[in-house]
Design a protein around this ligand. Structure first.
Ligand SMILES: O=c1[nH]c(=O)c2ncn([C@@H]3O[C@H](COP(=O)(O)OP(=O)(O)OP(=O)(O)O)[C@@H](O)[C@H]3O)c2[nH]1
Ligand SMILES: [Mg+2]
Length: 195
């Protein structure tokens, strides 16, 4: 089965391909031109549905299976920010690096050098007659330093529970095993088997 990914984030495409090896995983931008999707819902779940539905409609092929991922990091000392705003924390077209350094500065401004934090991933699956969503979470600590260059986004400042290194330093296989995205995709694979 072919899965079309409703994302323009290369880090997500890489990880989802690794985690769904039984499927042919194709970013929608390989099939049609990229277009802007306004993610204006107030939950990860609803934003994932917005992206998956938009790409399903745009493809115009009723037999296609579309998957979208909406995800982000929530930091306790910041009251759960940036959460659903993680991609645009430092501004509308901010880079991963700009978002990362803003988060570090905002945690420092609270007078601490670390805080409990977690990642959330919502995955939406949209087909001709079904819409399903699943979630996954990864808990750990956000620190006020960026260490390592593995993963993407905020990974260099996130230490998963049970480890003493950031996701930027740890082997890709560790993130593959315990990430929010891998947990959500494990459930998504169960849903895919029922299609
Ligand atoms: O270090 C990270 N490791 C992760 O595993 C991870 N998962 C999500 N994020 C961050 O959360 C936002 C997602 O926003 P998002 O879901 O809107 O995606 P996006 O806008 O990048 O692409 P798209 O899928 O919407 O096209 C982005 O800032 C990501 O950097 C992560 N950061
Ligand atoms: Mg986005």
């Amino acid at each position: 089965m072919k899965l079309v990914l409703a994302t323009s984030n290369k880090g997500k495409v890489r990880e989802i391909r690794e985690l769904c090896k039984a499927y042919e995983v194709v970013p929608y931008t390989d099939l049609i031109e990229a277009f802007e999707i306004v993610e204006d819902a107030d939950t990860f779940k609803d934003n994932a549905l917005i992206k998956a539905r938009a790409v399903y409609e745009a493809l115009g092929d009723e037999d296609v299976v579309v998957i979208a991922d909406d995800s982000g990091i929530s930091v306790d000392v910041l009251g759960g920010a940036p959460g659903i705003y993680s991609a645009r924390y430092a501004g509308e077209n901010a880079s991963d690096k700009e978002n990362l350094y803003k988060l570090i500065e905002d945690i420092k401004a609270k007078g601490v050098t670390s805080s409990p934090a977690h990642y959330t991933a919502a995955i939406a699956i949209v087909t001709k007659n079904k819409e399903k969503t699943v979630h996954g979470w990864m808990y750990g600590t956000a620190i006020t330093e960026a260490i390592g260059d593995g993963g993407f986004g905020y990974d260099p400042m996130f230490i998963p529970e049970g480890f003493d290194k950031t996701l930027g330093q740890l082997d890709d296989d560790i993130k593959k095993e315990l990430s929010h995205r891998s947990k959500a995709l494990r459930l998504a694979r169960v849903v895919l088997q029922t299609l």
